[in-house]
Design a protein around this ligand. Structure first.
Ligand SMILES: NC(=O)C1=CN([C@@H]2O[C@H](COP(=O)(O)OP(=O)(O)OC[C@H]3O[C@@H](n4cnc5c(N)ncnc54)[C@H](OP(=O)(O)O)[C@@H]3O)[C@@H](O)[C@H]2O)C=CC1
Ligand SMILES: CCCCCCCCCCCCCCCC(=O)[C@@H](N)CO
Length: 324
């Protein structure tokens, strides 16, 4: 092999390293750890499904947990089930996230929060044409406006805490908050909204050492999903099946590991990882490695995304052909 060939090879090997150094200069660094042991964690929608799994795991890790939801009986049941599995008592508080005054009162009554997980949510899959305005309003009100109410109520105390330890605000979005899916016009709008809220909020609160995370789960086995499945458009199920379903415990595990490392995007499975890379846009990124993966695979991920779209539009076409 000639010397020039060797130096060319060496350059090829060096390029990624040079590129990583360049990324290190432009990506704002600081790996971070947000411990939850002995800290106060408020989980909304903590009486069922993913929220209950989040509460269970946080309690097991030694966090002081409060769960918030509307129905007091369901909250009591959740509290009893967490005690049964962990031997630990969580605090419960009943409030409707749509009512700002009630949220403020609830948040003030539970004391300063270190980790706020806005997980409450409702979902009814239906073509926009067939969906009631009431269902559309509920999804926007509970999933999006309710989250604004929570952040507005909790932020003042979070900002004025005296220790400067890192704290977190996390939002439960959905893979349907990264890509629009048939049957989810209102739901996707509410979940895409959370991303906008999160991106802007992160810039506003970074100086207070508050770290924002957005979690994007696929279909997850919960009471909410069982209810949704009773009347789901066939095409919604077909398209959503592109991403493998998960158990609530698995989603909670991914969510906690993302929140604790201060990750902005928290995908939950392989498809979710691909989706997060494909939709990285101008989202913040604190991991050089992930930034590197995003940059070098951007083109390829666009191709993969187009293949998915191609297959989804194929399913839609087939469906209409069969139902003419
Ligand atoms: N399951 C899935 O397939 C997926 C779910 N997600 C998201 O994860 C989150 C949790 O979903 P999941 O566990 O399935 O839902 P569940 O329906 O099982 O639980 C929803 C929780 O939210 C609470 N809640 C609903 N409305 C309000 C309200 N107005 N004020 C306060 N609390 C409220 C419920 O309690 P109560 O009714 O008593 O108020 C309950 O605790 C949602 O944001 C959902 O969009 C994301 C992707 C997939
Ligand atoms: C670049 C390649 C990316 C490939 C992956 C594409 C997969 C998209 C699947 C979207 C599934 C949406 C599920 C919504 C779940 C949900 O929120 C409801 N159950 C209501 O809660």
């Amino acid at each position: 092999m000639a010397v020039s060939d060797l130096s060319f090879l060496a350059l090829c090997a060096l390029l990624p390293i040079i590129f990583l150094i360049f990324l290190k200069l432009i990506v704002r660094p600081r790996p971070i750890k947000i411990p939850i042991k002995s800290r106060h964690v408020l989980i909304t929608g903590g009486s069922s499904g993913i929220g209950l799994a989040l509460a269970n795991q946080a309690a097991a890790e030694g966090a002081r947990v409060t769960i918030l939801a509307r129905n007091l009986e369901k909250l009591e049941e959740a509290k009893a089930s967490i005690r049964l599995s962990t031997g630990i008592d969580v605090a419960i508080v009943s409030a409707d996230v749509c009512d700002f005054e009630a949220v403020k009162e609830a948040v003030d009554s539970v004391g300063p929060i270190d980790v706020l997980v806005c997980n409450q949510g409702v979902f009814v899959a239906q073509e926009l044409e067939n969906q009631e305005m009431k269902e559309i309003r509920d999804m926007i009100e509970i999933n999006l406006i309710g989250t604004f109410n929570l952040v507005k109520a909790a932020l003042p105390a979070m900002k004025s805490r005296t220790d400067r330890k890192p704290v977190s605000i996390a939002f439960m979005s959905s893979q349907a908050g990264q890509v629009g899916i048939y049957g989810y016009t209102a739901y996707s709008a509410s979940k895409f909204g959370l991303r906008g809220l999160a991106e802007a909020l992160q810039q506003e609160v970074i100086a207070d050492n508050i770290h924002v995370s957005v979690i994007f789960p696929p279909d997850t086995d919960t009471p909410g999903l069982a209810e949704e499945n009773k009347r789901k458009p066939r095409l919604t199920s077909i398209i959503a099946a592109s991403s493998g379903a998960m158990k609530a415990d698995e989603v909670a595990k991914k969510a906690w590991s993302g929140i604790k490392s201060g990750s902005f995007f928290v995908p939950c499975n392989l498809e979710g990882f691909m989706l997060s890379v494909a939709t990285a846009g101008l989202s913040p990124q604190r991991s050089y490695l992930m930034a590197f993966v995003e940059v070098i695979s951007a083109g390829l991920m666009r191709v993969a995304g187009l293949c998915f779209q191609w297959s989804w539009y194929g399913s839609i076409e087939n469906f209409h052909a069969q139902h003419k």
